[in-house]
Design a protein around this ligand. Structure first.
Ligand code: PMV
Length: 311
């Protein structure tokens, strides 16, 4: 038997601009998904026979990355799927980690590469942001060129990403889930149309890139005031690109009075926002009063890891 967990994630800065080769920062959060894997008589997920449509990530991981016999898989998650917190990546990473553990040991980079492969197969056009940060934990800085602290370089079709380690202090954030599940693909396509057509949108993307580079420095210095300010600026630029929504804006506005800064996280359109704060209870209350689902989370967490206490 093998029990392996992997963290959910949030994008701190750089979403959407990363699609145009700008850098992005993603961080692991202390909400984890755990996979318990045993040899079985047939492939099962949470006691039910594996259904390829319902469990597309599990099916692809087994088909492409598991040479052994049938597996009995139990999934336990501390956070909901579809909230923009990277549940499909955490599931894929934890499962591949458990498979590696059964074969002798977990290698973070191999898990990250295999997990990106699975997400690409299932989603069509994934970026390795979620799978890399869930494998590595802490934080990652993804760029179109190599730099200091390079972890791995991933290529797919004509695209490539240099994934770097980004040191992350233990910070408190509040995540506010709008309750709306917005698919990433159409939002990415909308921004692309805007950027292809106007110089203005290109400049907004450039500015998001500059904010992200600055944010990495502030994060290293633990300068929460400056970092929060950059987050709010980034949110305003994302709103100009058209990926915020009235629900996200409501939650960002509710959080700002008690936060260093707040912004949507991930693709937008719905999904979640994040606020950097030292008054998490106040922010969580304000988010809940405006109809959001708050999660108080901490950063600076482990990536994929074996859990030694069998459950
Ligand atoms: O929806 P999420 O949290 O997986 O984030 C998508 C991030 C984008 O930059 C919008 C797209 C991408 O593939 O990087």
């Amino acid at each position: 038997m093998s029990v392996v967990s992997a963290p959910g994630k949030m994008i701190l800065l750089g979403e959407h601009a990363v699609v145009f080769g700008k850098p992005a920062i993603a961080m692991g959060i202390d909400l984890r998904l755990t996979c318990t894997v045993r040899k079985g008589r047939q492939n099962t997920v949470n006691g039910q026979p594996l259904n390829e449509r319902q469990h597309a990530y599990v099916a692809a991981a087994i088909r492409d990355h598991w040479p052994g016999g049938p597996l009995d898989i139990t999934i336990d998650s501390e956070f909901p799927s579809g909230s923009g917190l990277g549940s499909s990546a955490a599931l894929t990473v934890a499962l591949l980690g458990a498979m590696s553990q059964m074969g002798g040991g977990i290698d973070e980079e191999s898990v990250a590469r295999a997990a990106f492969d699975v997400e690409s197969t299932v989603q069509g056009r994934a970026s390795p942001l979620d799978t890399s940060v869930s494998s590595h934990g802490q934080g990652i800085f993804v760029d179109s060129a190599p730099g200091k602290d390079l972890l791995w370089h991933i290529r797919r079709d004509s695209r490539q990403w240099y994934v770097h380690h980004c040191p992350v202090p233990d910070l408190t954030f509040v995540v506010g889930f709008t309750g709306i599940r917005a698919p990433t693909g159409p939002l990415v396509a909308k921004v692309k149309r805007y950027v292809d057509r106007t110089r203005f949108a290109k400049e907004v993307v450039d500015e998001i890139g500059d904010i992200t580079v600055e944010g990495a420095k502030r994060l290293r210095d633990r300068d929460v005031v400056a970092l929060g300010g950059l987050m709010t600026r980034d949110h305003n630029l994302l709103a100009i690109l058209g990926v915020s929504s009235p629900e996200l804006q409501r939650l960002v506005d509710a959080a700002i009075p008690f936060s260093y800064g707040a912004k949507l996280t991930g693709a937008g359109g719905g999904g979640s926002m994040i606020a950097l704060t030292d008054r998490p209870e106040k922010v969580a209350g304000a988010i809940a009063r405006r109809g959001g689902v708050p999660y108080i989370v901490r950063t600076g967490v482990d990536g994929v890891r074996a859990e030694d206490s069998p459950r």
